[in-house]
Design a protein around this ligand. Structure first.
Ligand code: MEV
Length: 451
């Protein structure tokens, strides 16, 4: 089936939805009703959401949950999390509670630099450009003054600019690479505007400078864009306690055995890429959920985190574990370029509430909260993996999802939960169990169901 349209974006929202349902669904009226039922009743709020993106036809809902009891640097937070995967919020909450009685989490921001690049091609003499680079730099900065004025007033701005010669790997290719401080904003718009100004200034500087011959006057700007890789915008979150304070774990595992297994699990994620990927995925379960809840850009955070995890040439765990003189230490270093002003942070009604719930943190405090949630998530996942195995908790949630899917009643759910304590959970097994309940008329089970 190939159905195309020109002028789709010009249709009204209802018009777009109608075209979609009539062309792609077997049951257009029902789908139309269903998708419009997810529109917000408050038209003003709906307009705000529609304004974030293009061609919207409805809203796609995700659960908005909270993990309470996060003690970070002696302050207690209830952390907002937006995530569709079951068990993640429960795991974060359990880890928060576990560490609450063991000194809590600690976190500190190590650095906050953002990065941007102007990529350009030029056939001139590099030595000449290098010789006037300090003058060029001053010009780039002064030409961008109008854009940087407000950021400077807030304590940020351009930190430094480098000229990089890449001609050994790509003929005629150079780069202006700049570092920025963007204070409480993620800074994408600010950085991109400054970089575009740099590009224009560079072209006019070279075109009007007598040092360069006519053949050298033309600079071709390939692109000017921020880099989402910010290895100097780093936050560390950590926990530590004497091993004996870890207590005992399920399956009769004592604190010492737990610490050793946990340490080895983290080591494995430093050695083996297959494990490292899943291990870091668990960290991002926590990180992305808070990033989303606070209206930040989770794609930027993910791509940066994965590049950072591979910074020595091998993809490795983002978290680390050490056992020193009987003390268990577990920490995470991660680049997190997030904002608490600008972007969606204040525009999205729930992102705004998330930030309020966190006590209206600045960007550095939010970095610490997000990193801590990632570490907590990782701790919870590894704790399950090296003790009971992950499936125990997961399958319980899976059972609830299957029961909801099969529209089980509250009583059926209670009976199923008891039954599947000892049975293997699968879609078919749950269906068979519900069928047996529903057909055994007059049995004890049905009497219970009818209550
Ligand atoms: C599942 O979403 C995440 C885990 O697989 C992470 C891990 O294995 O460390 C449980």
């Amino acid at each position: 089936m190939s159905k195309s349209i020109s002028g789709f974006s010009k249709l009204s929202k209802r018009g777009k939805l109608r075209w979609i349902v009539e062309n792609f669904f077997k049951d257009p009226e029902n789908v139309m009703r269903e998708l419009t039922s997810y529109w917000l009743l408050n038209e003003e709020q709906q307009k705000v959401l529609d304004g974030f993106s293009e061609n919207t036809i409805s809203n796609f809902y995700l659960p908005f949950g909270v993990a309470p009891n996060f003690v970070i640097n002696d302050k207690t937070y209830a952390v907002p999390m937006v995530i569709e995967e079951s068990s993640v919020v429960a795991a974060a909450s359990a880890a928060a509670k576990f560490w609450m009685t063991r000194g809590g989490f600690k976190a500190k921001v190590i650095s906050t630099k953002k990065v941007g690049q102007v990529h350009f091609c030029w056939t001139g003499d590099f030595k000449k450009l290098e010789s006037v680079f300090e003058i060029l730099k001053a010009r780039l900065i002064s030409d961008a003054a109008e854009i940087t004025k407000n950021m400077e007033a807030r304590g940020g701005g351009i930190l430094d600019i480098q000229l990089i010669n890449y001609t050994e790997v790509e003929p005629n290719y150079y780069q202006l690479k700049a570092n920025f401080e963007t204070c409480d904003s993620m800074g994408a718009n600010f950085i991109n505007s400054v970089l575009e100004s740099f590009g224009k200034s560079l072209q006019s500087f070279v075109a009007t400078n007598d040092l360069f011959t006519d053949e050298e006057k033309d600079v071709s700007i390939i692109m000017a864009i921020l880099s989402n890789y910010t290895p100097e915008c780093i936050v560390r979150a950590w926990v530590e306690c004497p091993i004996e304070d870890l207590g005992n774990f399920s399956n009769g595992i004592d604190a010492n055995t737990f610490a050793k297994k946990f340490y080895t699990a983290v080591r494995i994620a430093h050695i083996d890429q297959y494990r490292a990927t899943t291990h870091n995925k668990g960290i991002f379960n926590g990180i992305d959920a808070v990033v989303l809840a606070t209206g930040n850009d989770f794609r930027a955070i993910e791509s940066c985190g994965h590049t950072y995890a591979a910074r020595d040439g091998n993809y490795r765990s983002l978290s680390h574990c050490r056992i020193d003189n009987g003390v268990f230490k577990f920490w995470l270093d991660i680049p997190l370029a997030v904002g608490t002003v600008g972007g969606l942070t204040k525009l999205h009604p729930i992102a705004r509430r998330s930030l309020e719930l966190l006590g209206s943190p600045n960007a550095e405090e939010l970095m610490m909260i997000i990193a801590t949630t990632g570490l907590a998530q990782n701790f919870a996942a590894l704790r399950s993996l090296v003790t009971t195995g992950i499936q125990k908790g997961h399958m319980k949630m899976h059972l609830i999802n299957i029961l909801n899917h099969m529209e089980a009643t509250t009583k059926e759910k209670e009976l199923a939960e008891v039954h599947f304590e000892k049975e293997v959970i699968s879609f078919n097994a749950v269906r068979a169990f519900l069928d047996s309940l529903r057909t055994k008329k007059g049995s004890g089970a049905t009497r219970l169901l009818n209550r």
